[in-house]
Structures are given as C-alpha cells and as structure tokens.
Design a protein. Sequence first.
Length: 320
Amino acid sequence: MTWGEPSAGVRPIVVFGSLNQDVRLASSRIARPGETIGDASMTLRWGGKGANQAVAAARLGGEVLLVSAVGDDSIGRAALADLDAEGVDRRHVRAVAEAPTGTAVVIVDAAGDNAITVAPGANAAVSADDLAAVLGEVPAGVLVTCFELPIDAVRTAVGHAAAAGWEVIVNPAPAADPLVGEWPDGCLFTPNAHELVALTGTTDVERAARQLAAQVNGTVVATLGAEGAVVVSNDRVEWVAAPRAAAVDTTGAGDTFNGALAWCRARGMDIVEAVRVAVVAASASTEHEGAREGMPTLEQLTARSDPGRPARAADGGGPS
C-alpha cells in the first residue's frame, strides 16, 4: 500500500481541540526566571494544538472537521478564514462573545527549542456538547483531542466518541500531573517524553509507556524528539527511528505528528506504519519556523520518504 492509496474506505477525521493566535518570539535563548532578554524578534502566527492538528491532517488530503471556539473578534474571524484556506471544515468552531480568541506566547531559542505559555480565552468555553452535535451527523471515523481544552470536557467527549464507535487519539498535551479519571478502553494516547513522566511519575520511557497503556487499557505512542517514537500496548513494543532533519523550530512538531497519525489511521494503516509516517512528517515540520509553516503536503511527505533521498546532515528534528 502506498500512502496515497487507502486500504479501505477513508474515514473522516474530527479534531476536538484548541485554536489560538501564536505570538512568536525568536531569541538567542529562553530567559530564566527573573531574567530579561532583549534581543527577540516577534511574529504573529496561527496555532492551538487542535487547529494545528487539523491543518496537518488536511495538508495530507484528509477530510477534517474542527470542533473548537474563537472569540467574537477580528482575530477569531481571521483565524476562521485561515482554516478555510487550509481546507479544514470549521462549521463547528463557535464564536464566543464573552471571551477573546486564545493566545499563546511561544519563545524559540537559537537551537530551535521552545517554551510556551497559553491564555485559553474562548477555548475554555468548548464543551462535550459541541462534539455531540458532530457525532450525530458524521460517520464514525478518527477523533483527535488534546488537553488545551477543559479536561472534564475532553474526558466526556472521548467517552461519547468511543461509545459511538470512533477511534480515539488523545494527545495529553500539555500535561503537568498524573492522569486521573475514567477513560474508555482502547484509546491511543500520544504523550511526548516530558508529558509521559508527568502522567505516570516514571522516568524510564518504556516502563512509563507500559504503565500508561495499562492504566488506559489502550495503546501509547510516546514521541521522543530526535529519537523518534515508541509504540507500546499490552503485548507489543516497537521503536520507530526519526530521520535526521535540519531542525530550525520544533514548535508544532507534536501537532504535525498527531495530525499525520490521524490521517494514516483514517486510511487504514497499521499503527506502527502510521507512526513511521507521522515521525517523518513531524521531522519535516521542524525545518521551518512556526507551528504550521513546515507541515508537509502529501507530495512533500512522499518525497522525503523516498529511500534514495539523502539524509539531512543535522541534529534533532523528531516529534515532541
């Protein structure tokens, strides 16, 4: 099977997630607490994990619907216009009068590493009811969600989707505490290495991934930056290497990974092959500044995966 040819009927992708405007500061390094660094340059870009993941899947040709919210303001209207240009169905992105569009401040250092602080704004108004309306009108497919929405809304929405026969990908980002609450069996969790430690309290990657997989009775794909990813379920551990990439900015690499993973699963790919494709997409995304600017199209992704294509001579660049 080639990436452009699904093994069976293509399923829709629904993203239940956040939408933000990113204020990006490029600086020589990230300031320590109490320190001021005055050499940054600023750009405004679109972001939010949910919207980013939707764009990543749509760039590959996926049928993608986003469930989210923006403020009833000029920033929100511009964000919706950008989704239109990307081919994302945004009919279920609500305009909220009482809150501004979400904002994230993204600080990127000279090595491409980042620190992010988010003001959720209208994202805090998104509820499981917003997804329920979609589940009644769209055939069961792949749901992707993240922790940039209220966690109770996420957990309830995931339960509704799983009960309706949807495959569920939970990107537990950001995560600062152990995972709590009841989650339906069979979900696919995609933490990065830092989130995996926060969710489990365990620092060894494989042991932590096994612990989380047992807790949710599902599968864990832990993304490990330049080291690629590991797929863990009750009876399987598969390590997937990342290609070398000339990393400029790792912002959005994890979102690219999750969007590409959803696209692969919607087309019937086995989980390990889907992770291989998603790792390549995430690595490609790091070679451009900004969360979305490097997200590849299917043509670009296929070209990068050509066995005859020379490896990029650089460090880093995997999903995170």
